[in-house]
Design a binder for this molecule. Sequence first.
Ligand code: PGA
Length: 254
Amino acid sequence: MRRLLIAGNWKMHKGVAETTSFLESLLAEDLPPAVDVVCCPPFASLPAAAMMLAGAEVGLGAQNVHWEASGAFTGEVAAPMLAELGVGWVIVGHSERRTLFGETDATAVARARAAQAAGLEVIYCVGETLAERDQGATFAVLERQTSGLAELDPRRLALAYEPVWAIGTGRNASPEQAEEAHAFLRVRLAGAFGGGAAEGLRILYGGSLKPANARQLLALPDVDGGLIGGASLDLRSFSDIIRAAAARAAGVDS
Ligand code: PGA
């Protein structure tokens, strides 16, 4: 059984003071051991978060990483720098990076490779826009976005299916839409790494995941956790989602 992973993508929210008080409260929660929990604060808050999470059960992730280990890349952050800080995870290829900052499939794969080479676990994001879904192009888009997966190390990889139309809109994918996309991605993983490896890899759902829909979405057979934006910023809603994941894990295990 795949362990569920609940990752909070804080985007450009929470400076050092807010990060510190949020993580203090999160660590004081009685978090269920059956679920992997990761928080991804902005770069500026990572050193403070790393100090607080050293030795803790909650993992620490960054939201982006450069593909070179060092060099003249003003404004960028390299994977070995993140690893040195104690960061264990990184989100790569998020749709906001793709649409607002020119991320392509090729650069996303390059970033993911660099991250893995530095020992980081990668959460690799894919997902179609509303126009692409309306044109019936969802699977073609997912196919294109996953075409470089075979270059990655499956031992340090999770996928996140995030339909762009569901991100920050309050409109989540239906269980049928999510399961269909996740099952398709599982087949793509099998093509890249073989069926056995694909069965062990986690595919997270992202896009308006919140306490009200967490149980339903996390119950789907090919949904192995969530990448959560807005609802990860609030301690109550984030821990409610973690508990929904734990309930699923307990249900499946029993
Ligand atoms: P959302 O964001 O939960 O606010 O929709 C998800 C994401 O962008 O990862």
